[in-house]
Design a protein around this ligand. Sequence first.
Ligand code: NAP
Ligand code: ZN
Length: 346
Amino acid sequence: MKTAAYAASKAGAQLAPFSIDRREPGENDVVIDVLFCGVCHSDLHQVKDEWGGAKFPMVPGHEIVGRVSKVGGGVKKFAVGNLVGVGCMVDACHGCRQCEQHHEQFCEKGCAYTYNSTEMDRTTPTYGGYSKQVVVTESFVLKVPENLDPAAAAPLLCAGITTWSPLRQWGCKKGDRVGVVGLGGLGHMAVKLAASMGAEVTMLSTSKAKEADAKKLGATGFAVTKDPETFTKLAGHFDLIIDTISAEHDLGAHLGLLRPYGTMVLLGVPPSPAAVHAFSLIGGNKRLAGSLIGGIQETQEMLDYCGQHSIVSDVEVIPVSQVNACYERMLKGDVRYRFVLDLATI
Ligand code: NAP
Ligand code: ZN
């Protein structure tokens, strides 16, 4: 099936109209007419090949919400017309220990990412959600609660699960002091989700101008990380820090904000490695952890929770043709708080 899309032809190229051939739906496949696709900073890192090994042409997009338009004969969970989502993965081996434990993102054979990757046959390239239709095996399709606005729900498929998973893993609960670093797509979801779990959330941002928004999102505290005093005033304050910064920054300074036995989780992936002095961790038995998206079952739990609590992203919906301009704004931190492409405009 010919599908209209937007692609980058080589590293750093502007995205431009492109046509892809989607497979005809197999027995277990779901065909989804894409309504909206969020723009994640990971799209930008990959289009610029900042992590290495990028595959071109590249059709980014892993925050997909759409309606089912066709299903294969063996599909049980979905019917034509259902509101569904697809996140960062479209398949995995289904047989290894990680898949059995519902951690498909760590599939021992390597999962199939939604784009800049291949299907499990390791030859067919995958193309993401900056496109009119996607065809995905049923077990990697999520149910999106019908009470949520589809455009504002799209970012839950990456920004939502990526922040939900570490909050659950590290047991964010009522009264915990949680620091969220970087108020962008991931950061604003971390604030909303941690606040909904009863935590006392402080936003740590480079932009003083984002203070009022941070409070509206649910933060009770706000501090500017460009001000060195922040690191003395809040020293030893947090139980948990969720770090979403997409660029190089001083991890040691941020670790100083943790209480003893506290945990800082890295979600952002700056292009270069960061140095950490051992004393930043030894002084206080602190943990520096990472977290990669979340498994499929966990993603469904997050979507159901967001449905029950009416949690969605704050989005700026744009025509697909503005994607290059939105990348520029994202690079400047000028995003409030997720760009979402309207696929009706492609
Ligand atoms: P985003 O919307 O661009 O937000 C990133 C925020 O980081 C910015 O809004 C800004 O917030 C802050 N920031 C940017 N440059 C900075 C700098 N030089 N120094 C300090 N702060 C800076 O990006 P996103 O979509 O939330 O993604 C954030 C990162 O997470 C990216 O690296 C992305 O690839 C990664 N990611 C990881 C996973 C995972 O599974 N671990 C999943 C998705 C994305 P302020 O203006 O508030 O300072
Ligand atoms: Zn993402």
